[in-house]
Design a protein around this ligand. Structure first.
Ligand SMILES: *Cc1c(COP(=O)(O)O)cnc(C)c1O
Length: 379
């Protein structure tokens, strides 16, 4: 059996262990310490803008915390993208609120501003003005932020940016994760940088950051004994895990460059294959980190389906994966309202994510190339 080529494996810099060892030496084996402070500072400097970052144990926790900080509770409604990983929607359910799913538009695959406006008007007319909009930048592609923020402002609804897949992406030169009232980042093992598991909440005021730290560390009031007047959570990142993050920050720019190069490799490869479209930025306003490279296969032109290609990869021990199955089609969310014209559904039917790791070798790429060429009968 040939070595497995993964869809998006971790890629360490080698510096991570030094920061972890430093924490051990100084005995900061806890949820405070230099690694946490420096990782947060590194993210703030990377994202620029006037922001404060609170690192947490996952992006899922970060989304949950942002909803809590916006006062989302039982029987509220929160809008989010139908086309995403389930972690964008689950925290809405944790609050006892209902997710309202919005379809994609064709150019970015992200939240369709037209469908968003229809949904906001319709929910509001039913006496249920949405409490928040969670907009996702899928596969690193920035959403149509100008249009979405305009609607959010007009109806005075706070925006949470799920930038879990989009660290290093930008819209009109501004970093993804810094547009909304809150931004969310993920350092899960498959993301563009990893801490093995972890996330961050991007805040715009010191007050919000302080509140996020307070709520994520069990909401302890200022007293010598344990005193509590709020429900708290155990969501803070550990100082050991933050050491991995510090080591990863040193190579973040390289990782973005390498993922974008993988995208370039696929653009060139599929240039010769009619009926396959590589997901790309619609214009110069969009800068994607190309966390995952993805394609849409037109079976009528190619005579092949995305499943044919997935199975051909599998045969060669190469991992690929269908695009996200839309949330309104998930059994767990069948009862949730949905607004759109089934664009995400068609993307799911015909789309495939391709191996996109920043540490693929030339040999790996040549294996990938052979499978693709064989599948589509190209010499
Ligand atoms: C990975 C991911 C999350 C969740 O991140 P975790 O850190 O694993 O909790 C949320 N939203 C999107 C779009 C993701 O891809």
């Amino acid at each position: 059996m040939k070595d497995k080529i993964w869809l998006s494996p971790p890629h360490l810099s080698g510096k991570e262990k030094e920061f972890i060892e430093d924490a051990f030496e100084k005995n900061w084996v806890t949820s405070m310490g230099e690694n946490i402070n420096e990782f947060e500072k590194g993210l703030q400097e990377f994202l620029k803008d006037d922001i404060d970052v609170c690192v947490l144990n996952s992006a899922t926790s970060a989304i949950h915390l942002s909803l809590i900080m916006l006062g989302v509770s039982f029987n509220d409604e929160v809008i989010t993208s139908a086309f995403s990983f389930i972690a964008s929607a689950n925290p809405i359910a944790y609050c006892g609120a209902t997710p309202i799913f919005i379809d994609s538009e064709k150019s970015t695959w992200n939240m369709c501003p037209a469908a968003l406006e229809v949904a906001v008007k319709d929910r509001t007319s039913k006496g249920k003005k949405p409490k928040a909009i969670i907009v996702v930048h899928l596969y690193g592609m920035p959403a149509k932020m100008d249009e979405i923020l305009k609607i959010a402002e007009e109806y005075d609804i706070p925006v949470i940016e799920d930038a879990a897949e989009a660290l290093g992406s930008a819209y009109k030169g501004k970093a993804c994760g810094t547009f909304g009232r809150f931004g969310i980042l993920s350092f899960n093992g498959n993301k563009i940088i990893t801490t093995s598991g972890g996330g961050a909440l991007v805040c715009h005021t010191q007050e919000d950051k302080d509140k996020a730290v307070f709520l994520s560390t069990q909401a302890r009031d200022n007293a010598p004994h344990y005193q509590h007047s709020h429900i708290g959570y155990n969501y803070r990142m550990s100082n050991i895990v933050a050491g991995i993050g510090r080591g990863q920050m040193e190579v973040l720019n390289d990782r973005v460059e390498a993922r974008r190069k993988m995208h370039g490799f696929y653009i060139e490869l599929f240039n010769d294959i009619e009926g396959v479209e590589v997901f790309s930025e619609p214009s110069g306003d969009y800068f994607s980190n190309h966390w995952l490279s993805a394609i849409i296969v037109n079976p009528e032109i190619t005579g092949k389906t995305r499943e044919d290609l997935r199975l051909a990869f599998l045969e060669d021990n190469i991992e690929s994966r269908p695009l996200w199955k839309p949330m309104h089609l998930q059994p767990v969310f069948v009862d949730a309202p949905y607004y759109g014209t089934n664009i995400a559904e068609k993307l799911f039917d015909n789309g495939l994510c391709l191996p996109s790791g920043s540490n693929l070798s030339d040999e790996d790429r040549s294996r990938i190339r052979s499978v693709i060429k064989k599948c589509f009968f190209i010499n």
